[in-house]
Design a binder for this molecule. Structure first.
Ligand code: A3S
Length: 146
């Protein structure tokens, strides 16, 4: 699993067009979103990630750790198919993305999750401080390095 973490002063997205047949149904709560002082987690799920029962806990831990360090007010979990060539299928990817969202909520984090399977317009203003652009690779069977 690859995660790009951007601490954004403002972030806004809007689903525009279905990209895959397995696209998630849109609702008023997910077809668009906006947040300020938010950690945007662009997440690419890779083939085999679901083989590790700890993958969601590890990914959530990495995201929560940066969220706390930068003092963000919330997290956006943004499905993103562009950080790896080893893409998981929707049947593997979507459940993991939903579980990361739920795990963050359980940990008291205000979370939005952008819809899976859509081309989306987005605007992002990155703070530009030293921790405002980070990336993490979470490998099945391996302990996180950070
Ligand atoms: N393995 C995977 N991990 C995370 N997201 C994945 C995925 N496979 C498919 N998606 C989702 O389907 C859209 C089209 O590939 C993806 N859309 C996007 O990545 C938008 N930024 C438009 O390109 C994404 O929502």
């Amino acid at each position: 699993m690859k995660v790009l973490l951007i601490h954004a002063k403002t972030f806004e997205y809007e689903a525009r067009q279905k990209a895959v047949d397995t696209a998630e149904e849109l609702s008023d709560s997910n077809k668009s979103g906006r947040a300020e002082n938010v950690l945007v987690a662009f997440v690419t799920v890779e083939k085999g990630d679901s083989s590790d029962p700890e993958i969601v806990g590890k990914a959530t831990g990495e995201i929560e750790s940066v969220y706390k360090r930068v003092g963000a007010s919330g997290v956006v979990v943004y499905p993103y198919a562009h950080l790896s060539e080893n893409l998981a299928e929707a049947s593997e990817a979507l459940p993991l993305l939903k579980s990361i969202e739920e795990q963050l909520k359980v940990r008291g984090v205000r979370v939005q999750r952008a819809p899976f399977g859509w081309y989306k317009r987005f605007t992002l203003e990155c703070y530009g401080h030293p921790l405002s652009e980070l990336s993490r690779t979470i490998r099945p069977g391996e302990k996180p390095k950070h």
